[in-house]
Design a protein around this ligand. Sequence first.
Ligand code: NAI
Ligand code: MG
Length: 495
Amino acid sequence: MIRFDTDPESLAGALAGHHFIDGALVPAASGKTFPVINPATGASIGEAALGEAADVDAAVASAKKAQKAWAAMPARERGKLVAECGRVLAEHAEELGRLVALETGKALRTESRPEGNVLADTFVYFGGLASELKGETIPYKPECLTMTVREPVGVVGAIIPWNVPMFLMALKIAPALVAGNTVVVKSAEEAPFCCLRVAQIMGEILPPGTFNILSGFGPECGGPLASHPDVAKVTFTGSVETGRIVYRAAAEKLVPVTLELGGKSPMVIMADADLDRAVDGAITGMRFTRQGQSCTAASRMFVHRDLHDAFVERLVARVDEMVMGDPLDEATDIGTIVSPQQFERVQRFLKLAEEHPDATLHRCSKVPDDPALKGGLFVQPCVITGIPNDHEVAREEIFGPVTCIIPFDDPDEGLALANDTDYGLAATVWTNDLKLALNAVHTLEAGFVQVNQNVVVQPTLPYGGFKTSGLGKEADLHAMLEHFTHRKTIIINLS
Ligand code: NAI
Ligand code: MG
């Protein structure tokens, strides 16, 4: 047994070069690896196993072999084991938080430690729902006992992103496991070690094969997983573009999918809103502490013209006070962008905004001057005014710390602008007028709508988008029942 301590570098070093298949750390079939880089310094953290089709075959075979016995276990026993994973993961929350901070550049205090905690809580939550895997009885004929039962779908393939890797993985695997499925995860190439460590911790509790995890790149490892004939359900979080590829692979096999895709989520601030609370909400909503790398980020803020200038001034002042720095430093509010590719993407959009004649870019906070962080992918959070809603910067998901503030004059106009997008993940409204609020929540085309608050996704709150933001919900009981079970109809004729 490899020994670990809570130092994230040595943890990553000890996990390097491995997948987790059939209850054990194993090297890639090809023996190949790829480097994982600390985005705060540019230094290598370690080499991750490069997963390809042969690794997918091994992991799926293990999951398939384990699935019947796992499904045959009484539901509450499975639930207890999954909840026990949550209890033990909670003991490792600090260690996991440090590891995810090292890999993704997300600040420990504001983002990575909370992720370690919500990861554990997600397993506890779903573990407790096991006895809710109920069917129905149907009054078909008096001489027949007619019912439905819920059965697991089989082996679930999960493809996850890097922005909240452990939590987004938990939203998939916890309900899948409780429902009696076994799972193969393909982690994001930017953040493989935190998820691998989760697997290793869970491997002490769950039977071998119930939960497998592979690291590797999208087309070479995610592709074969999505299209594997023994994968009976695919669940994906990531970009719209990749979501379409995954959906096509599932369509070929005619298996169900859950897709959590991008967003360009609006926040609408009506004329009567409490401005200070709205500014607080804008900071949480835009996920400035995560460098805006969130599918729910409130990256379009529509503000009534009467409040516009005051809102911009207060928001810019508040964001300006936030501290950018070493993700592992407790004083840091904002860490780095995850990768050079994402860094370039954000720069490209900032340049496009700069080129617009009416745009003003309010660049906030300061890039740290610590020489140890000089290779870090720091981007100043940016509040943009003067950009119209049909500009590329206001339409496309930037996935960086960039938000556009757009004024409106009339509530209906504000809501129409908010809905004028291909996406439909989340929306927020700020008003104390009951009629305005009710009209807004019914009008907004988004799967997750909040009034006068802006909380992040958490277990118990069903979460998922409309329009190109995806298919299906995650995070609650219905998500588990609808997305990880089949309903079988049974008719027993007793005549
Ligand atoms: P991506 O959607 O390409 O990657 C997400 C996951 O899909 C990763 O595990 C990746 O390896 C895998 N993948 C990539 N290509 C694949 C393929 N052909 N078959 C199967 N799996 C594949 O996202 P990426 O490249 O990390 O970021 C690009 C943009 O996507 C971001 O700028 C952002 O706009 C969006 N995004 C949205 C996320 C969300 O939470 N909804 C999360 C991450 C990115
Ligand atoms: Mg990609």
